[in-house]
Design a protein around this ligand. Structure first.
Ligand SMILES: [Zn+2]
Length: 440
């Protein structure tokens, strides 16, 4: 019988501490329960997460400690905590998990990472306290941490790491291996940032590394992501999370999709709805995409390209080749490519991947006429006079004169190279981002 790691193994996992089933444990457990319930009211995001954790009393640790699914506590030390101190410690511990510190610590110097992780958590805690107006909560003096505001933990880590290195260079003892920091230097760093030794996070991370297989820790982390996601979805509309945490979570949980994916979603949602779904197009399957073949004589898509010069040749080349890949995978499609700066210059028509004017596909090395000011209306006027498109995509940086919405009677999608642009008068916007980059 082979031992497969499954969900059950993960569910039953506990760090190897001895359970303390004394009466005191029960009483302190009850107090932690009150703190958890209050968290649901005061900080629903954290409250929801922590109520999904098991609690486990043990005298093998100090205070409280978490892996990704259990809250371990020492009944004797937590007995002296006020309910508010328990709440604050719980948020602190959960922040380490939310910020993925156990994973991010791997391969780094533990002492320096511990200082950096505490700084990250303390800065975020300060935001939380401010947002919630919890004036009676303990707060680290963050005045010396001003340079770290808004930085990810890795960045804080590397700044401190460099400082440690330059301190080591100054001290003449060159025999010290670089991954072992002297107590003296560590103390100087902690004094500089008014830092203390990290919290129980360090022990938790050590224990997890020692006692969890990588499969278990992956499962833990994935399952914790799910917990964060559902908690975030539940409270998103209430909006009592500080901006720093909210945007961190948004990036983590709702990674920005590549624009090609957004365009496909848009096509699927907007213009394929009424069409019958044929077996998927073969060319598509090869690309790993699942758009249906339209059961209509022709789908007509207009691609307008802003050639006023505010879009770089590199952006233009990327756009053209990627859009060609997507659009050309739809069979029975008429594609109209229009270039425009302040006026319409070129109009190319392609049907079923064949050029109607002898222009080579896929437009390799094609140069477009343009360079004047930017106006968008000429394209819409031209289209209204000549075609009846199912979709118009406009590739631009967004600075130009927009059409009167009354003259636009078809779905319009702006593919913008810049996130700061005037408000569009008609249609939806997606942002052009390089598809081969990881957006985090
Ligand atoms: Zn901590």
């Amino acid at each position: 019988m082979h031992e497969a790691l499954d969900f059950n193994t993960y569910r039953k996992f506990k760090l190897p501490y001895t359970k303390d089933e004394s009466d005191l444990s029960r009483r302190v457990g009850y107090k932690i329960g009150i703190a958890k319930t209050q968290l649901i009211f005061d900080f629903p995001f954290f409250g929801y997460i922590i109520t999904q954790f098991d609690i486990f009393p043990t005298r093998d640790i100090d205070g409280m400690l978490t892996d990704f699914k259990t809250l371990y506590y020492n009944p004797e030390s937590v007995f002296d905590y006020t309910v508010e101190e328990i709440q604050q410690s719980l948020i602190h511990l959960i922040l380490h998990l939310i910020l993925k510190h156990p994973e991010r610590r791997k391969g780094k110097n533990k002492e320096i990472f511990s200082i950096a992780a505490e700084i990250s958590v303390d800065l975020m805690m300060e935001d939380i306290i401010k947002t919630q107006n919890k004036t009676n909560w303990k707060q680290r003096d963050t005045s010396r941490l001003i340079n770290f505001l808004g930085l990810p933990t890795e960045k804080i880590y590397s700044i401190i790491y460099e400082e440690v290195e330059s301190m080591e260079d100054e001290s003449s003892d060159s025999n010290v291996p670089s991954d072992e920091i002297t107590e003296d230097i560590l103390q100087q760093i902690m004094d500089k940032y008014d830092a203390s030794r990290g919290c129980s996070f360090d022990e938790a991370a050590d224990m997890m590394e020692e006692h969890m297989t990588s499969e278990t820790s992956n499962l833990m982390s994935e399952s914790f992501n799910g917990l964060m996601r559902s908690s975030f979805d539940q409270i998103k509309d209430i909006g009592n999370l500080p901006e720093s945490l909210r945007s961190y979570l948004q990036n983590l949980l709702e990674p920005e999709l590549p624009w090609t994916q957004l365009l496909q979603n848009y096509i699927q949602k907007t213009i394929m709805v009424d069409w019958k779904w044929n077996p998927p197009n073969r060319r598509f399957i090869g690309r790993g995409m699942h758009l249906p073949s339209p059961d209509k004589e022709h789908m007509t898509i207009v691609i307008a390209v802003d050639t006023s010069g505010s879009i770089s040749q590199n952006e233009l080349d990327t756009f053209i080749s990627e859009i060609y890949g997507i659009i050309n995978s739809i069979t029975r499609m008429k594609l109209i490519l229009i270039t425009c700066d302040a006026k319409v210059h070129d109009v190319f028509i392609f049907e079923d991947g064949e050029s109607m004017d002898g222009v080579p596909m896929p437009w390799d090395g094609m140069t477009f006429t343009g360079g004047g000011g930017t106006r968008f209306e000429p394209v819409f006027k031209y289209v209204n006079n000549h075609f009846n498109p199912d979709l118009l995509c406009y590739f631009t940086d967004g600075y130009g004169s927009y059409p009167d919405p009354d003259i636009v009677s078809y779905p319009t999608l702006w593919i913008m190279t810049s996130k700061s642009h005037p408000k569009v008068t008609v249609g939806s916007v997606i942002y052009f981002n390089s598809t081969n980059q990881n957006n985090r």
